[in-house]
Design a protein around this ligand. Structure first.
Ligand SMILES: *[C@@H]1O[C@H](CO)[C@@H](O)[C@H](O)[C@H]1NC(C)=O
Length: 461
């Protein structure tokens, strides 16, 4: 038995070494059209003015939403004892729709969303929306200010950052840095215009956001993201190292041949050979990870292939849209939430407030961007080859990684190091999930402050 196992191990190791040698050369960066035009009409120079923008949803749009929410609900009662394991529990949905109709006041919420300055500017033919939040500098105290670009994900939006913004733009305990924070909306999400042409994926987004930061006068800046935001900022760090002071992410993904080989080998080889015990305990058995991914990634396959079909339904019905998005807020904040009758959403200690989740849903509803946001998956799948190459190009700028136990994908430092060659900060948290900037803004803000201070200290030495 033992010999059989060791022969198998040697064979697998040999194979892995051969494969990694084949992939060891760093590929060259795929070419990217430096000046595409995604908007309507003929390509022409962008209008580069930066226009202040205020959210002001027209009365007729608010009335139209109310009309739809007032329609009798067509509820399919959940199966007995199913809770959220079949998706959005419709008894819970009924309660949330009642709250949305009777208690949630959009005009009040809109005021809150307008508390930070919004802007739009045209890039590559599209109006790009962003928040730009200036720091509040304390008097008589030496503080360094750094620009920080923060990128949201799906089914989130710029709304994800409202809880964390005050913690980044003011001085915090044990920190001597504050941030000027720029939160753009990815094209096709919320108030950023959608491309009318095919092919606007992560690479293109990275280029648009670099142009945005340069237009705002920032040649060098920090970047942060989760979900799609993390993939976009990782690309920015890999493509534009001369502009990026450091990259921080709370969605840790290193899809390199080395990290994947190590992950698979570690699952068959005895502990300690490629994977130490602590990391092994986090990752294995892989079947647990894969079965969660399989259970939770149906949306990803639909959106990567036929986003417009489901999009048609969601854009007609605010109730359907809420169900689709709320299911993600439930399941991605805690692995066990599908086993609760309300998916956790109505529990007192649920880390996200219903008002904030509805703000985010309203942004998708009023802008009519659920379909274009879902298309982002299809566009990125269409560029899998380019993105695979990018994954194999090391990220050399200082990286800060924050790992949260309820996150969908999570990697120990030893695996992440196959992509991020310069990890200066790695935090492993004991609580928190996918929407961490909203859920536990304190934890993420602390990590960002610590990360940037670490980078800056290193720079002086
Ligand atoms: C559903 O919730 C009930 C009550 O909390 C619990 O007893 C039951 O085990 C749950 N079932 C599933 C399938 O999650």
């Amino acid at each position: 038995m033992f010999t059989k196992l060791s022969i198998a191990s040697i064979a697998i190791t040999g194979l892995a070494i051969m494969v990694s040698i084949k992939f060891m050369q760093v590929p060259s960066t795929p070419a990217l059209d430096p000046d595409p035009w995604w908007g309507p009409g003929e390509p022409r120079p962008d209008d580069t003015t930066i226009r202040p923008f205020e959210i002001d949803i027209a009365k007729e749009d608010i009335d139209s939403l109310k009309l739809r929410l007032d329609l009798p609900l067509r509820i399919t009662p959940p199966l007995e004892g199913a809770n959220f394991t079949y998706g959005m529990n419709q008894n819970t949905l009924e309660k949330i729709v009642a709250y949305w109709k009777d208690s949630y006041d959009w005009k009040q919420r809109e005021k809150r969303l307008n508390q930070y300055p919004h802007f739009k500017t045209q890039i590559e033919g599209l109006d790009i929306h962003f928040l730009r939040v200036a720091p509040q500098l304390p008097e008589n105290q030496e503080v360094k200010v750094f620009p920080l670009l923060m990128v949201h994900g799906w089914p989130g939006s710029f709304v994800e950052f409202y809880n964390i913004l005050p913690l980044l733009t003011t001085l915090q305990d044990r920190s001597n840095v504050v941030f000027e924070v720029i939160c753009p909306s990815i094209p096709g999400f919320g108030f950023s215009q959608s491309s009318i042409k095919q092919g606007l994926a992560q690479m293109e987004t990275a280029q648009i956001f670099l142009k945005l930061m340069k237009r705002l006068g920032f040649e060098k800046f920090y970047i942060q993201g989760g979900d799609w935001g993390s993939l976009v900022v990782n690309l920015m760090a890999t493509l534009y190292p001369e502009n990026i002071l450091g990259v921080h992410t709370n969605f840790i993904m290193a899809r390199t041949p080395g990290s994947l080989a190590k992950m698979v080998l570690g699952s068959v080889l005895p502990t300690g050979i490629v994977m130490d015990e602590k990391d092994g305990n986090r990752l294995y058995p892989l079947s647990k990870l894969f079965s969660r991914l399989l259970r939770e990634s149906g949306y990803l396959h639909i959106q990567s292939t036929k986003p417009d079909t489901v999009g048609a339904a969601l854009n007609q019905s605010p109730v359907g849209l809420a169900a689709y998005i709320l299911e993600k807020f439930s399941t991605w904040t805690h692995k066990e939430n599908p086993h609760l009758p309300d998916g956790g959403l109505l529990q007192e200690d649920f880390p996200l407030s219903l008002d904030q989740m509805l703000d985010n849903i309203c942004v998708y509803w009023f802008t009519g961007t659920i379909t274009s946001s879902m298309r982002y998956y299809a566009e990125n799948s269409g560029q899998a080859e380019t993105l695979d190459i990018m994954d194999r190009i090391p990220c050399l700028v200082p990286a800060g990684l924050s790992s949260f136990p309820q996150e969908l994908l999570d990697m120990p430092k030893s695996l992440a190091a196959h992509k991020f060659y310069n990890i200066v900060y790695y935090a492993e948290h004991t609580e928190g999930g996918h929407f961490i900037a909203m859920e536990r803004p304190n934890l993420l803000a602390q990590d960002i402050h610590q990360f940037v201070m670490t980078v800056e200290k290193g720079r002086v030495l």
